[in-house]
Design a protein. Sequence first.
Length: 466
Amino acid sequence: MNSILPQNQNENAVSNDFKSFFVEYHVGKILKHCNAYKKSGIPVITILLCILSTVFTGMSIYMERRMGFKTIPFGKDTYYRLMSSPNINWRRYISMLAAAVHEKIIPLTSDSRRNALIIDDSPCKRNCSRKVEMLGNCLDHNDHRYYNGFRTLTLGWTDGNTFLPVSFCLLTNQDPEKRRNKTVIQFDRRTNAAHQKHLAEIGAPACLMELLKDAKKAGIKAKHLLADSWFGTPKTILEVKELGYDMVCMIKTNRQIAFTYNEKRTITREIHDKESAKQSDKKSPFTVSVMVTRKNDKRAIPAKLVFVPQEKKHDEYFILLSTDTSMDANEIIALYGKRWKIETFFQTCKGFLKFAKETRAIDYNSLTAHVAIVFTRYMMLAVKEREAEDERTLGELFYICVQEMQDITVEEALRLLNLWAESISEILNNPENIDKNVILKALLNETRKFINSLPTYLTKNLLNAA
């Protein structure tokens, strides 16, 4: 009995945490606003509480019911109907919940802190599946191999210390010929399910614009969007600027991307060669003012290119672009260093929150609901981690007496950039040793820090369930 009681106490503590989280951030009202409600029977919020808690018990809804636990007060059909409902807008649910949480976090830092949105994608692999709706053949950019599944395009918000997922979409392959399965059930085009499936087919750049509109509609406060080189194209940069966000992204050095420099369209390599000859210190970053333009397009916006020499190979360099020309090189590098937060987020979701492992559903609606549930778990943990690390959350007296949490420094951002370069080099030279990659080791270390900063009972449950 002694070995069972602590486990039950832990499960009760986890359940109480979720209940207090739901009450504080009005999750019930948000669910109703997103069409997640029932006229009779078990309330949706009760079902969601049970689903969210399963990751901390190490058992699925199916196993808990099979073992006769009384913690599941509903049948399996109730669970399946909720997950596969075409009417629930899970994307809006995540946006509204993130907005509610970020309203509590923003006052903890000064007005001068640069908060940012981050966009990135991560593989959602279903290689052993054949009947999954809209299953696509997608390319994994890390190991340069194709897999069956989806790309989880995620938009997040960070203040440099806490990361919150804001919106998402499971992208399939744009080419219908490279999809394993088509849409199984045809819904009315006005339903949420039809809108979400259409979004999955239009490609990452176009989908990004819809996710940014979600963030703006929810009231997420940020002026900058951080992105990797996959989104660093003039077309995307111009469209993001039109939505009211300044973009800070990496530009690939091996691509023929051109900017207007000295009134001529010039590729980045030529700009670097001309400007680097003028620099006295070859090891320091330097900026170049350019205009972002496209052929046959009258739109043009000013931007800064930051050339950052690599630590171990001074003849090679990173290129960062910022459409916020008021920032200097160090400020741009430090801001871009916050993009690391989304990598830690993906690693935590996959390693501890059962992302893509918990469900074997084959319909697209259930997969979308699963992603929303995993993101909800992470937001609760992010709140717990902030409360444990930031003494300002304890009350007004601590807010006055205690300094705000430190933002990322330029030195730390440069370290992360060089880690990334070393990682890419390892992948290209030794693709068979990808599991020993330096960037993966660094991600695991950051993930462990996040998990270990949580309350003890949460940390134990997550480590046991992982």
